[in-house]
Ligand binder design. Sequence first.
Ligand SMILES: [Zn+2]
Ligand SMILES: [Zn+2]
Length: 436
Amino acid sequence: MLGPTGTKTESDCAPRSRLFNVEPQAGHYGVESLTSYVGRLARKHYISMSSMIHDVLIPALDKTYLNTMRDGGGTKFLAQSGSLNGIGDGATTLVQTVQNLTHRSDLYRLTLLPFKHLISDRGLIKHHRAWCSACLQEMNDSQMDVYEPLIWILQVVQVCSLHQQTLEQLCPCCHRTLFWWERYASPGYCKCGGYLGVRATVAMQCSVEEFKRQIYYTSTLNTLTYLAFGNAELVKQISVKEYIQTLTSVLKISRADLSRKLNIPKNTLHGWYHETNRIPLPVLLDICYSAHQKLVFTPKFNPKDHNRQCLSTSKIQTRLQASLSQCPPPSLRALASELRIDRRLLSRKFPELARQIALRFQIYVTEKRKERLSRLALDIKRAIVAVRSDGKSPTQRNVEEYLRKPGLLREKCLKEIWSKERAIVPRFGSGGKKKF
Ligand SMILES: [Zn+2]
Ligand SMILES: [Zn+2]
């Protein structure tokens, strides 16, 4: 089922791949993720992710449940798209499919599949997309084909070690969170068309020690993904047993003591040690970090309070009040993320403030949406005239290509504008009545 081996076929002509055989990125910013790779493929073919998923991938994957999801709108599929970079069957199937479509054989290195023998999928993948705005900006500035590194999908990765800044999770334009695949998004861009290379959130509020730990996690994972990309066989030599042995010898304690320090049942540690069970990645990193520090053993992992931070009620209230004079107004979701508190908890504790924040944000988003639509309506009108003056028909595809925005006219209201304008704009600019 995997792609061709690179050797010549029986026929004189090698069969052509259905999708471009694009090189995966694995440069300065890290190894690319599979979802980013497919996003770049869509961009190179001038099609939206929606077309890529509905017209290319789902038919090629040929799974009944995917057809059912597609017929139901496909949102469920998008919500699970992060796991396509992971260690499960979804990732394996997508790798095989995209390899067949591109005639490549190395795409599993863009997922966590090389680590499948080592780590469990517990607490592994972020549900929502995350990115370093500085990395995206630098890629854009250096005219690179913007891509998103694999490690950004990991829950445990909260910072960029290159830029020493927290990863973003809210679009700076529409202030919404995103799934790893969206119908009209692409690497570096939101589904609203907004560019993600702009810093939108404030700096992470955490101790120096916590930040140091985060940087260590990110650098270690960068090294591991480079290692897997260069030679996946080497990853097989990584042994949890060795890490546990190093840690117990550094700390001069028994495995039973270690399990107490980690607050993990002895049997669980035993399973990891003898490699009968796979270890959650955050725990593995905690063990590596503690061994690396060689000083004080400071296990961090606790899935329940991994992201929790204690802030006093008055501090939260002051921040919420200050947000009412902020321009543009932040969303309640953005504030919750900044304060690292559950959004529903904020609404429950500060109902009036939460209501005002939500209302201001809603008005702002409505205004922004109107602005965006009128800007795009103007672009569409101009594109129709330009396409016609080139002697071509202003079809959906031609207009999208002219604007370099594949999939743009799939948005219902923009399609309506296109359809209306196409009917009234005079052909070949023959001096009609329509004005801009
Ligand atoms: Zn960065
Ligand atoms: Zn957006």
